[in-house]
Design a protein around this ligand. Structure first.
Ligand SMILES: NC(=O)c1ccc[n+]([C@@H]2O[C@H](COP(=O)([O-])OP(=O)(O)OC[C@H]3O[C@@H](n4cnc5c(N)ncnc54)[C@H](OP(=O)(O)O)[C@@H]3O)[C@@H](O)[C@H]2O)c1
Length: 332
């Protein structure tokens, strides 16, 4: 008989969906033609929403949590992959409609699988995870739309979070001047400067008091917050600058006017890491293994925990007290 799977599974409880460590049969895993013996996963904002029940991420339950996984192919009916291949999966509906990566086995369709590029270990791939992939996707979308360092400094909101820290270092390595926007200027400021932030400011410093336009100050932005801060950043972006919308940590709302778009040619770029097409995804992962690999990745991903410790970190993420990235060793 095949061994059981140990997983952090989202189940329905009297208090709503919650994550619980459970043993299940491999046959119960959602379908796919590649079986991965998982080694590492990671914790993202979305994982914290799913596991604490703060957001309904798992659209069917029970379902294994974890939007990221890295491991080794154990069996494959997809000819692109063979047993022993090192692989990773990020997004692709893991933990939404497919059993996710916080488990020691993960089964997915071959179309979801990315070969681990040379230059990245499985741990490094998960130290980056969806946060790193999304930061890199945002940076490539900015550059594809003619963002250059000469346009001016690039704001990064939610700066002490996983995506924020990775984005700051990637921007700095690519020659941009990242400005960290954080609610924790005093406590996180020094660390953010060491990653390459040229300035560290509080979200309030961007407040335009409801006006649609302010002084042209920033070349662009990578925004994890949404809401008023996103509108304020659009109004302070220079002619033909770009703002990448990646998150809604503060609010899913966006109330703005068309002035930044029609008077300054500012672009608002949408970032969806979950459904990013495979060809673009593979290219970004190769860049993450090369020029975009953050030099201080081990410092940003400052802890590697076991499944038993996941709840405590998810609570800290939801309380806004977490910092940087957490890797999960799913065999622990
Ligand atoms: N579009 C996509 O495909 C995609 C992919 C990955 C992530 N995301 C989104 O990107 C965001 C960041 O993800 P992450 O995994 O890096 O999360 P994270 O590590 O929890 O970081 C989020 C950061 O946002 C700030 N923050 C949190 N709650 C806030 C609030 N209520 N008001 C203002 N600031 C708040 C905090 O930074 P400070 O304390 O420094 O202010 C926090 O560290 C999330 O919204 C996530 O859903 C989107």
């Amino acid at each position: 008989m095949e061994s059981a799977v140990r997983a952090l599974r989202i189940i329905d409880t009297d208090d709503g969906p919650r994550g619980r460590i459970t043993d299940m049969d491999r046959a119960e895993l959602t379908g796919g033609d590649v079986m991965i013996a998982a080694r590492y996963s990671s914790l993202n904002y979305k994982d914290a929403l799913a596991i604490t029940g703060a957001g309904k991420i798992a659209r069917k339950r029970p379902l294994n949590a974890g939007i990221d996984v890295a491991g080794v192919v154990e069996a494959s009916e997809d000819e692109r992959f063979a047993p022993g291949d090192a692989v990773l999966v990020t997004g692709w509906q893991l933990s939404e409609t497919r059993d996710g990566g916080l488990a020691d086995y993960v089964r997915v369709p071959g179309g979801c699988v990315t070969a681990l590029p040379d230059g990245l270990t499985p741990w490094e791939a998960m130290a980056l995870g969806t946060a790193g992939f999304t930061a890199a996707l945002a940076l490539t979308r900015l550059r594809d739309n003619y963002q250059t360092p000469e346009l001016g400094p690039v704001l990064v909101t939610g700066a002490s979070g996983g995506l924020g820290m990775l984005a700051i270092q990637m921007l700095a390595q690519a020659g941009f001047a990242p400005v960290a926007v954080t609610r924790r200027v005093e406590t996180q400021g020094p660390a953010l400067r060491e990653l390459g932030a040229t300035d560290v400011i509080a979200p309030d410093a961007l407040d335009l008091g409801g006006k649609p336009l302010g002084r042209e100050t920033y070349g662009g932005a990578i925004d994890a917050l949404g809401g008023a801060v996103l509108a304020d950043m659009l109004g302070q972006t220079v002619q033909f600058g770009n703002v990448a919308a990646i998150g809604l940590a503060a609010s899913p709302k966006l109330e703005t006017m068309v002035m930044p778009f029609i008077l300054r040619g500012v672009s608002l770029l949408g970032i969806n890491s979950v459904e990013c097409p495979a060809a673009r995804r593979d290219g970004i992962w190769r860049e993450l293994a090369g020029a975009l690999k953050p030099a201080q990745l081990e410092r940003i991903a400052h802890e590697t925990i076991g499944l038993n410790e996941v709840h405590a970190v998810c609570d800290a993420i939801m309380a806004g007290e977490h910092q940087g990235r957490t890797v999960v060793d799913v065999t622990r």
